[in-house]
Design a protein around this ligand. Structure first.
Ligand code: PGA
Length: 252
């Protein structure tokens, strides 16, 4: 881990009913003592955002959503606005998750609109990027990531980068049990930081947190977090179990 404050984020995806999700929030908050050097974020489904925020209101855990629209309100069936998210107690949002891109056809342009919309309402925004196995095997991983970063951050002002977190999630490592090797992850994170330096400047690249995601588990978190350009984790499956996520938060 570099000099940036680590961010350990749990993406609950389309899991948990009201009862399970509230219990999980209670259990995670118990597993999470107040670390000065790291932040913890939970992204429950929309249906329990408000309950989870309420449970965590006296804890340092940040609550966020798994996606967000750019408009305050209006005819956007199926969407939630940054204002609604904040009203429910959330202060962060994930955008561009590969499941949104692959299953629901979200493009870089749409992701960029969501990102800018969330920023304009003061949310912390986690921009997910990642290549498929096919793209990696064809030697195109860096080209794909470059495009996703360039387009995802289009027209995002340097000053707003303080609220942006990048999550590198190789699509082939999500939910598959396969993790990028520590070297592969570090090399890719360093590349991403280089692109940020090219778009903005060295300071901004140095300050931006870049999370790793894709089968992060209690057994691999320590070595991933030991890499100098890995500043945290975006965790799916293992975040649904308070004991596992607690161990992940408590990485050594
Ligand atoms: P996983 O999911 O930890 O289950 O691989 C990560 C993610 O999709 O954010």
């Amino acid at each position: 881990m570099g000099k940036r404050k680590a961010l350990m984020a749990g993406n609950w995806k389309m899991h948990t009913t009201v009862v399970d999700g509230c219990q999980l929030a209670v259990d995670v908050s118990r597993a999470c003592t107040d670390f000065p050097d790291r932040e913890v974020l939970l992204a429950p489904p929309y249906t329990i955002l408000s309950e989870v925020s309420h449970i965590l209101k006296d804890s340092p855990i940040i609550v966020g959503s798994q996606n967000v629209c750019w408009e305050e309100k209006g005819a956007f069936t199926g969407e939630i606005s940054p204002v609604m998210l904040k009203d429910a107690g959330g202060s962060a949002a994930i955008v561009g998750h590969s499941e949104r891109r692959q299953i629901f056809g979200e493009t870089d342009e749409l992701v960029n609109r969501r990102l800018k919309g969330g920023l304009s309402f003061g949310l912390m925004m986690i921009l997910c990027i990642g290549e498929t196995l096919e793209e990696r095997e064809a030697g195109r991983a860096f080209a794909v990531l470059y495009e996703q970063i360039k387009k995802g951050l289009a027209d995002v002002a340097a000053v707003d980068m303080a609220k942006v977190v990048i999550a590198y999630e190789p699509v082939w490592a999500i939910g598959t049990g396969k993790t990028a090797s520590n070297e592969q992850a570090q090399e890719t994170h360093a590349f991403i930081r280089g692109v940020l330096e090219q778009i903005y400047e060295k300071n901004i690249a140095e300050q931006t947190r870049i999370l790793y995601g894709g089968s992060v588990k209690p057994t691999n978190v320590d070595e991933l977090m030991a890499q100098s350009d890995i500043d945290g984790a975006l965790v799916g499956g293992a975040a649904l179990d308070a004991k596992s996520f607690g161990r992940i938060i408590n990485f050594q």
